[in-house]
Design a protein around this ligand. Structure first.
Ligand SMILES: C[S@@+](CC[C@H](N)C(=O)[O-])C[C@H]1O[C@@H](n2cnc3c(N)ncnc32)[C@H](O)[C@@H]1O
Length: 247
């Protein structure tokens, strides 16, 4: 009932935003701000409706394997959680995980953490993963390797530049804007913030940072995770770091 009411309010608000966005004379700055607002409105609606569906449908929650922020890369045998379909559970992970304590054996998440704000949401996310894991359970996090990007920038590494463009941007419309090495670094840190198709990056990570965050949330035996394409998305193999910690 509350979800229905909230969705109605969001839809009304979104209609106003859509109307303004439809006005061709609107300034570039205003259009960017409204696009961000529109996106948050849609995510909020997904969250509210997704949580209501979930609360009504969930059964026994034990012995789970959980994937967070998998997008279309769904994992069999996992509870796939994302803010957009086709996930099993649609919710905004910045608000926490609607799962009980110690219900999961493994939490896997790749190329998700950099899409939420640091410190508030990112720290909460790691803490929540720790809470839902059983003792001995594993958290595996993969992120774009920002150390590699920065080192390659400093060394003017042509090979990295070519591989990064081939792996990440070759099918996109932004190639004309890659003119110098710093452009690649900026895309690495922010992604295509100006394009509604892509989710901006909010924070950059390296191995040291993920280890520190995991440790502060109580994880132990933290180490690099060897890429395993039975779980991980093969397109992430190059240019990512994966870290694993145990509860
Ligand atoms: C770059 S995609 C990565 C998808 C997949 N893991 C992969 O490596 O191909 C980031 C994913 O995080 C999800 N996401 C972003 N913010 C989220 C949030 N606040 N709560 C839940 N999922 C979120 C997006 O919907 C998207 O599916």
């Amino acid at each position: 009932m509350r979800a229905k009411h909230l969705s109605k309010k969001i839809n009304k608000f979104k209609k106003g935003v859509d109307e303004m966005l439809g006005d061709k004379s609107i300034s570039h700055g205003m259009s960017r701000a409204l696009r961000h607002l529109r996106k948050e409105l849609l995510l909020y609606r997904n969250h509210v409706e997704g949580l209501e569906r979930w609360t009504g449908s969930r059964g026994e929650l034990n012995d789970l394997n959980v994937q967070i922020g998998g997008g279309a890369h769904l994992l069999d045998g996992y509870l796939n959680i994302d803010i957009v379909p086709p996930a099993d559970l649609i919710c905004d992970v910045r608000e926490g995980l609607p799962l009980p304590n110690s219900c999961s054996n493994v939490v896997f998440s790749e190329h998700f953490l950099e899409h939420i704000d640091y410190p508030v949401s990112a720290k909460k996310f790691i803490f929540e993963c720790h809470r839902i894991l059983k003792r001995g359970g594993q958290l595996i996090i993969g992120v774009p390797d920002s150390e590699l990007a920065v080192m390659s920038y400093v060394k003017r590494n042509k090979n990295f530049y070519k591989l990064a463009i081939r792996s990440w941007y070759s099918k996109r419309n932004c190639l004309k804007d890659f003119n110098t090495y710093i452009d690649l670094l900026n895309y690495h840190f922010r992604d295509q913030d100006d394009d509604k198709k892509y989710n901006p990056h909010f924070w950059a990570y390296d191995y040291e940072k993920i280890v520190d965050m995991m440790r502060r949330s109580g994880f132990v035996k933290i180490r690099r995770w060897k890429f395993d394409n039975r779980i991980a998305n093969s397109k992430r193999k190059w240019g990512s770091i994966y870290v694993c910690g145990e509860k």
